[in-house]
Write a protein that binds this ligand. Structure first.
Ligand code: MN
Length: 440
């Protein structure tokens, strides 16, 4: 909470203005197409060349608001110890939803155009507002566990048609539970981290024996992910009605995938080395609170799921998603897919309820990938596997001649996402990764 009587008075006076209010304006100029208006306020971890300490920041327009400096100055003190002068957000997130909300309200108040506290203090502004171009972004959380779901019906159908049987593309369990697997936390990296092409075992369906080779079908998967914000007790399921209380926010996620390794290894326990070499996430965590105005109903679920997975109301989010591909030789990226998160069949709450139904416990900093987001049209697919139909229909990029079925060395993949409001957007920024050649 803001310290000092003047700020407290200001905050109380303005309590009727919710941080999501579209009328709110910041004293910092924010373009209409910026991902980071005052209604967003996503959390990240950054450093600068002049101050290499990793610390918490909130994105506003083209700036990062340095919460560690605000805390040090006594303007944003939410605990007896330092919460923001830390290399990850885990300690802050662990303080719980009441604190998330009061902190977001306090930051919103501090950035408002009609609040003089920071607006009129040039020294404090210089100390606490860092141009995003000067900020080095780091992974925002210590990832405790990483789970990846498979919740797009269109994606699961496409993969089933290619890898198994076109007539029975969806396996019998798919419409009854959100299929997922326990992924690898150690290789989750932040945007702009280069990704090494993996080596591994591959066997084409026609070959007699497997061979050891660089992955020849390297792919991305366009996903969103939510970050768990509260612990649950071992042995105690989280009900679907409580599920959202266990989510801090969401990021963009690229689940890099080695399709040739995957096709050989995945039976019967699911993906292993095909997915463990890297998973990239965007650096800014958009809070669940900031996403609330963009709730929409998901697809009708038929058959009706079992009672522990049943929910009513608006359980999906209207998030525009876009993928660009830029070869090393290209001057411009090519947009190769545009889709929307609201097409996902299973909701985040259903994923969380299903994950814990066995009694599996949650930890602060668990990362839960949605599964590849694919729409029903060809140009809305969320992976090259689908976009090129396993190499049968190579994509032609924007220059009119370069073709791609899978990723080549030097290729850069850029994913973006945003919720479009009236004259503002709640954006996720981007998750970017570039392919390095295999070590062999
Ligand atoms: Mn995936």
């Amino acid at each position: 909470m803001l310290a000092g009587t003047e700020e407290e008075f200001f905050y109380r006076k303005k309590l009727n203005m919710h941080p999501n209010d579209p009328q709110l304006k910041s004293f910092i100029a924010v373009a209409a197409d910026s991902d980071f208006p005052i209604q967003n306020l996503p959390f990240g971890i950054f450093s600068t060349h002049s101050n290499p300490a990793l610390r918490t920041g909130v994105a506003i327009g083209d700036y990062v608001l340095d919460l560690a400096e605000l805390e040090r100055a006594g303007i944003l003190q939410i605990a007896a110890h330092s919460v923001f002068n830390q290399p990850t957000l885990n300690a802050y997130i662990a303080l719980g939803k009441t604190i998330w909300r009061s902190t977001r309200a306090a930051i919103s108040s501090l950035l408002r155009a009609d609040n003089p506290r920071l607006r009129d203090d040039a020294a404090l502004r210089k100390l606490t507002l860092v141009p995003q171009s000067d900020a080095i972004m780091h992974i925002p959380i210590r990832v405790e566990g990483y789970t990846d779901f498979y919740s797009s019906k269109e994606h699961a159908t496409n993969v089933g048609m290619m890898f198994r049987d076109p007539a029975n593309a969806l396996l019998p369990n798919w419409l009854h539970l959100p299929v997922g697997y326990n992924g690898r936390a150690s290789s989750v990296v932040v945007s702009d981290t280069d990704v090494r092409r993996p080596m591994g075992q591959v066997k084409s369906p026609t070959a007699e024996l497997p061979s050891y080779a660089p992955c020849a079908k390297l792919d991305f998967e366009l996903e969103m992910a939510f970050i768990v914000g509260a612990e649950s007790a071992l042995g105690e399921p989280v009900s679907i009605d409580q599920a959202e209380d266990f989510m801090f926010g969401m990021v963009l996620l690229n689940d890099w995938s080695a399709r040739d390794i995957q096709q050989w290894e995945y039976v019967p326990l699911g993906p292993f080395n095909a997915k463990t070499f890297a998973t990239s996430i965007s650096p800014w965590i958009v809070t669940m609170d900031a996403l609330q105005p963009f709730r929409v109903a998901g697809p009708v679920q038929e058959p009706l799921p079992l009672p522990y997975l049943q929910q009513s109301g608006k359980n999906n989010f209207d998030i525009v998603l876009e993928v660009q591909l830029q070869p090393a030789t290209a001057t411009e990226p090519s947009t190769i897919s545009r889709t929307n998160f609201q097409t996902m069949y299973w909701s985040a709450e259903q994923q969380l309820a299903h994950h814990t139904v066995s009694g599996c416990n949650l930890r602060v900093g668990d990362l839960m990938g949605s599964g590849t987001v694919s729409g029903s049209e060809t140009n809305t697919f969320g992976s090259l596997l689908e976009l090129s139909w396993n190499g049968q229909r190579p994509l032609t990029l924007a220059d009119g001649s370069t073709q791609r079925s899978f990723l080549q060395d030097g290729d850069k993949v850029i994913m973006r996402g945003w919720c479009q409001g009236q004259a503002y957007r709640i954006g996720f920024g981007s998750v970017v990764g570039r392919i390095l050649p295999a070590l062999h």
